[in-house]
Design a protein around this ligand. Sequence first.
Ligand SMILES: [Zn+2]
Length: 344
Amino acid sequence: MSEKIPATIITGFLGAGKTTLIRHVLANANGRKLALIINEFGDVGVDGEILKACGNDSCGEEDIIELANGCICCTVADDFVPTMTKLLTRADKPDHIIIETSGLALPQPLVRAFNWPDIKSQVTVDGVLTVVDGKALSEGRFADDEAALAAQRAEDPNLDHENPIEELFEDQLNAADMVILNKSDLLSEDERRATTEELKGLLRPATRLVPAQNGVVDLSVLLGVNGRAEDDMHNRLSHHEMEGEEQHDHDDFVTFIVELPGQQDRATLLRAVERTIAAHDILRIKGFADVAGSASRLLLQAVGPRLSSYFDRSWQDGEPRATRLVVIGEKHMDRKAIEASLTG
Ligand SMILES: [Zn+2]
């Protein structure tokens, strides 16, 4: 029994801004140790070189692993699973794993790979983030450079699936637990509204859209709050403190903690979390619960429609058993209603 390593899958077409977003994550990791798995068969080496050149302490060259032998979803068993297994046998395990897909990959086979026993016991899918090019979409295109996207497709003879681009796009949105609407600064208010409406029609109901410029999104939103912050979370109410980031030029998100009284029934609590996320402008919920009939604490995390929970360790002697949930959401969210909804 131990805390599983969260893994974030980042999808999105060529040019949507995945690499820029990951560079932002590396630059703001703030001590979180990251491992990156990059799949870029169509444009070999470029992303990897850019990211390695970041020279960030939280993610050294040995933590950036490139899968260049084909499309990640077509080579899951031969390439991705062995790579993950190897990563998990390292003495120095990462705090978080980020997987950047080529953009042509189907997200579902990759998500399913996390059910392999060796992986499932140690890793949990934190979320599937899909990055979209807001500007291109508002102009009726899937990518800024559709010719380059077509070339990337043509370049790989090993791509086992020949789904039309429209279908790939819809798959990536349907698999998304959170969508990053990148380049939103290039959109007028009207364009932004129209693009958001169009995208919402393709998303599962609880999936939230997060606007971004140059892939800049608060790390507590992208990856969740990290373990150290959670240990001390009842003292730390603002996301500024939780992340410890020095620079914050935006206040689009709010973090607060809900403490639930008494012991919880696991199934009832999980249903309350799902219902609350679907009904409010919440991006994430994470926390621990005191569950009736268990000597262990239940860790639960939710991103949009994705909810996972497992017992991570026993309650320790002298440790107060409690249920505390960190809620991260848009600044206008209705805190009182959310508290009431979680309380049941
Ligand atoms: Zn594939």
